[in-house]
Design a binder for this molecule. Structure first.
Ligand code: FES
Length: 150
């Protein structure tokens, strides 16, 4: 009897989730949002998007390089960027990949951030940072999440 109740409860939750996802896609419009991108060592650039999708999608669509190895599923933690404005609150799915300092700096996972308004972001050049660490023999792969940006 209780097994049947669990199944019914799960079915109800799935139906509610699907309804909310559909309603979000069809009823909510975030309008045109401007994304301003600052890549370390390069000129700032900006572009307009129709809000509602995640930041990683817009960046890759625009051909802006950002690390990712899970395809935006939120499981690799490589798509880190600093959102200086317009990012909202950090999500629990992002927190496990962030140190306290990174959270304080506004670091986010681009694949988890939904674009709902104008946004300014800084994409750190992790590759150069890690290359320098390897050359200086100070790279500890067990501490790769603790790479300092500044
Ligand atoms: S792309 Fe893997 S966590 Fe964002």
């Amino acid at each position: 009897m209780s097994f049947m109740a669990v199944i019914i409860m799960n079915v109800i939750l799935v139906v509610i989730t699907v309804i909310l996802a559909i309603a979000d896609k069809l009823l909510v419009s975030y309008g045109t949002c401007k994304i301003t991108v600052d890549r370390e060592g390069e000129d700032k650039e900006d572009f307009d998007v129709e809000g509602g999708d995640n930041l990683l999608t817009y960046l890759t669509d625009k051909g802006i390089e950002i690390n990712s190895s899970c395809g935006g599923k939120g499981s690799c933690g490589y798509c880190k960027c600093i959102i200086t404005s317009g990012g909202g609150m950090i999500l629990p799915t992002e927190e496990i990949y962030m140190s306290r300092q990174e959270k304080a700096e506004g670091m986010r996972l681009a694949c988890q951030v939904k674009v709902k308004q104008d946004m300014e972001i800084l994409i750190p050049n992790f590759l150069t940072i890690i290359r320098q660490m390897v050359v200086n023999k100070k790279f500890d792969p067990n501490k790769r999440w603790l790479v300092k940006i500044k």
